[in-house]
Design a protein around this ligand. Structure first.
Ligand code: NAD
Ligand code: UFG
Length: 336
């Protein structure tokens, strides 16, 4: 199998490339490196013994992309490339729509021109907006509360229209909940630029002394201890689901939209406690005001992914923390 992976040097894409290579796929990564390092390629090679082919290009660069499709002739496209910072998307909405929606459209055009139908798309639990109840099933209403969320929602809708019978695509839309953790080798992991927006990378940076104190955004939510509850999912479990999704597309000829989560929610303070146990470090924290746009709780009903793919998350929060810590401890400055 030949897999063209957009955004493949990024956090989730790099872990998925390792899984693809280990399951025998030929991989071409297309990434403009706007949020990742080319050193990821060395690390993937160290883990797998194979260096994926790499094209540094923007997915909106039609000339580069059409050459890539012609030369590589992929069987499937895994589409991770996107900008993903919620706050930044509010400040730069056009940039987000251009990159995430425009980039996806440009990619789908290239796929159609090259006759490549199979697509695995990185969607997000963000499409559920402020969920009215948890666990969230795929049938729950969707809404967008910021340009990032809308870019994911609109792209889902484009894919739905393009993958109707007779349409150019056959698609697996994967709605990730909160991806955390790292490859167990400690060679690849999450390395956000600047101050991390997300909880786990912030916690790991406190543990290595790159940040002094975690701010816990809100302790007055109607949750187990007042702090926000999320469905953290190990990036290795996510990576495996992508390969399972390709098998599904091959096996059934059908489309698919599924949640990828564990089905369990954990509060911010539960994450801090689990990380302290895994790392042996103390994480300094203080209660801060709620962060605008945050919901009290969000966790998945992952049963459809199990029914359709035979997939189930294997790793628990303790393991997510252990692997995140191994990566951060071994690479205190990330890929720098
Ligand atoms: P990431 O930023 O680590 O990876 C995205 C990669 O895409 C980066 O390497 C970046 O350089 C590349 N990229 C961005 N725009 C591009 C363009 N126009 N052309 C070529 N390359 C481009 O992010 P990630 O966490 O690995 O996320 C991967 C996907 O999963 C994204 O689509 C994101 O929206 C989605 N997602 C992420 C999360 C999360 O919390 N990490 C949650 C749900 C969904
Ligand atoms: N949190 C803190 N302090 C921090 C960072 C986060 O207390 O420094 C809290 C948040 O308030 C929230 C929880 O930790 O309660 C998780 O926050 P994250 O920022 O890690 O994750 P979110 O659930 O807010 O958002 C993530 C992605 C979105 C995606 C969403 C659903 O960042 O892109 O999951 O998939 F849309």
């Amino acid at each position: 199998m030949k897999a063209l992976v957009t955004g493949g040097t990024g956090y989730i894409g790099s872990h998925t490339c390792v899984e693809l290579i280990q399951r025998g796929a030929d991989v071409l990564i297309v990434d403009n490196l706007c949020n990742s390092s080319p050193k990821v390629l060395d690390r993937i090679e160290q883990i797998t013994g194979m260096r994926p082919a790499f094209l540094q290009a923007d997915i909106r660069d039609d000339e580069a992309m059409s050459a890539a499709f012609a030369d590589f002739a992929p069987d499937v496209v895994l589409h991770f490339a996107a900008l993903k910072a919620v706050g930044e998307s509010t400040a730069k909405p056009l940039e987000y729509f251009d990159n995430n929606v425009g980039g996806s459209l440009a990619l789908f055009r290239q796929m159609q021109a090259a006759g490549v139908r199979k697509l695995v798309y990185s969607s997000s639990a963000t499409v559920y907006g402020d969920p009215s109840h948890c666990p969230i099933a795929e049938t729950a209403p969707r809404s967008a509360h910021n340009p990032y969320g809308r870019s994911k929602l609109v792209t889902e809708d484009l894919i739905a229209d393009l993958s109707l019978p007779g349409g150019p695509l056959q698609a697996a839309v994967l709605r990730y909940f909160n991806p955390v953790g790292a490859h167990p080798s400690g060679r690849i992991g999450e390395d956000p630029r600047g101050i991390p927006n997300n909880l786990m990378p912030f916690v790991t940076r406190v543990a290595v002394g790159r940040s002094t104190k975690l701010q816990v955004f809100g302790a007055d939510y109607p949750t187990v201890d007042g702090t926000g509850v999320r469905d953290y999912i190990h990036v290795q479990d996510l990576a495996r689901a992508h390969v399972d999704a390709i098998d599904f597309l091959d096996r059934t000829g059908s489309n698919l939209t599924v949640n990828l989560g564990t089905g369990r929610g954990h509060s911010v303070l539960e994450v801090v406690t689990a990380f302290e146990a895994a790392s042996g470090r103390t994480i300094a924290w203080e209660i801060a005001p709620r962060r605008a746009g945050d919901v009290a709780q969000c966790y998945a009903d992952p049963s459809l992914a199990h029914a359709m793919l035979g997939w189930r998350a294997e790793f628990d929060l303790a393991r997510m923390c252990e692997d995140a810590w191994r990566w951060q401890r071994g690479n205190p400055d990330g890929y720098a």
